[in-house]
Design a protein around this ligand. Structure first.
Ligand SMILES: Cc1cc2nc3c(=O)[nH]c(=O)nc-3n(C[C@H](O)[C@H](O)[C@H](O)COP(=O)(O)OP(=O)(O)OC[C@H]3O[C@@H](n4cnc5c(N)ncnc54)[C@H](O)[C@@H]3O)c2cc1C
Length: 393
């Protein structure tokens, strides 16, 4: 085989999974993981959940593989080393210290950068949440905070709201859309999420944005777009993220809302691949789609690795899945529901719920809150493109 050295840039789930799959597929050449973080690759979902509300939760609990795993599998870790550029003709990656790393095949897994609000002054107490160090800083300040304003009721904003409530912090959740999660799951399910948070004492303000923050050194006040002023000593900005591709500017690799890939992770440039949150893969319908969920990473690694090694990818039909933990309710989503699908809420006990999403007469997805068994039962129907009448009975 001509591939002797595979360089993986990024040090999260996609990097760790890909390296693991390469060794499982008996790739015997060099594997190098280049990460700008100093920590071993770790799992992000707990950062907005247990890490935030449990004071004794530590890094070891989220670390994906212990250091021995990398040693035993002869995987070189270049931690604390940001990649700053790539020369695709010379097949080298440049690092922040000016050194270069050669590759035969390059796999990009650099994930996302959380969006900030540029007009905000630089005050203590304003947070974003993407990495472990940010979660530690937020947890430390949450320990003494009285009231938090969370800007954006997407999954991360909602989970942070739940974690801060568990700590006893007062929470104001501000969302310009009519309901939390409305752009992903639609307003009907969004309303059930609002109900859940209100029942836990969150002050949910929808249809309104944030126009400014003020304070001396530390944040003290948030002004909403309707002019309301809210006192707060903690602000969490959860307004989404953008693909971490700045370091690829000028490389010639095609980027359009993420790194543009075919349906197996090949980019527009030979010997360069991408997967995970940073990558926009061609989906089964031929559209480019970038997915920001955990399960997608594992699925993409399972496809990309064999192809890179010249083997056939697995043929299994994959039904997309993600979850979000808010209080005691695990919200699970299977399939590809869209905000403008017809939503059939078939169970609702005032806190837990189950809903089927209908598009063109077919079951497009299922969303459950606190209904794990019932969600998973629908997998085969979604995979088969079954008519909605099959699940509505
Ligand atoms: C707080 C939080 C909670 C989440 N909860 C859920 C959940 O409940 N359910 C769910 O399905 N998904 C959840 N997710 C999403 C899930 O964690 C991601 O889909 C997954 O982490 C993506 O993995 P990745 O390896 O593509 O990217 P990442 O995990 O982001 O890893 C990218 C890595 O690349 C590094 N990097 C970036 N630029 C460079 C560079 N230039 N050079 C070197 N290294 C670089 C980054 O520092 C990072 O270590 C959550 C995400 C977050 C942030």
């Amino acid at each position: 085989m001509s591939t002797e050295k595979i360089v993986i840039v990024g040090g999260g789930l996609a990097a760790s999974r890909t390296a693991e799959q390469l060794r499982r597929a008996e790739f015997a050449g060099d594997i190098v993981i280049v990460s700008d973080e100093v920590h071993l690759p770790y799992d992000r979902p707990p950062l907005s959940k247990d890490v935030l509300h449990k004071d004794d939760h530590d890094l070891a609990e989220v670390t994906l593989k212990p250091r021995e795993f990398y040693d035993e599998n002869n995987i070189t870790l270049r931690l604390g080393s940001a990649a700053t550029g790539v020369d695709t003709a010379a097949k080298t990656v440049t690092l922040a210290d000016g050194s270069t790393v050669e590759y035969d095949e390059l796999i990009v897994t650099t994930g996302l950068v959380p969006k900030r609000i540029p007009s905000f002054p630089d005050l203590e107490g304003i947070h974003v949440l993407r990495n472990y160090d940010e979660s530690q800083k937020l947890r430390t300040q949450a320990a003494t905070a009285r009231r938090a304003v969370i800007i954006g009721a997407g999954f991360i904003g909602c989970e942070v709201a739940a974690s801060l409530r568990k700590r006893g912090v007062e929470v104001v959740l501000v969302e310009p859309q009519p309901e939390p999660l409305a752009s992903v799951l639609g307003t009907q399910i969004g309303a059930l999420v609002t109900r859940l948070h209100r029942a836990e004492g969150v002050d949910v303000r929808t249809g309104v944005g944030v126009s400014g923050v003020a304070g001396e050194n530390a944040v003290q006040q948030v002004t909403l777009s309707d002019g309301t002023e809210v006192e707060a000593d903690l602000v969490v900005v959860g307004i989404g993220s953008r693909p971490a591709t700045d370091w690829l500017d000028g490389s010639g690799i095609e980027i359009d809302n993420g790194i543009v890939c075919d349906n197996v992770g090949r980019t527009s440039t030979p010997h360069v691949w991408a997967l995970g949150d940073v990558a926009s893969w061609k989906d089964a319908t031929g559209h480019q789609a970038r997915v920001e969920h955990w399960s997608n990473v594992a699925e993409q690694a399972r496809v990309l690795v064999p192809v890179l090694l010249g083997k056939e990818p697995p043929e299994a039909v994959v039904v997309p899945y993600f979850w979000s933990d808010q209080y005691d309710v695990k919200i699970q989503c299977l399939g590809e529901p869209e905000a403008d699908d017809i939503v059939h809420i078939v169970e609702d006990d005032g806190r837990k719920f189950l809903a089927y999403y209908e598009r063109d007469g077919v079951v497009a997805g299922v969303v459950g809150g606190g209904m794990p068994g019932k969600v998973m039962k629908v997998r085969a129907k979604i995979a088969a493109g079954a008519p909605i009448s099959d699940v509505l009975g």
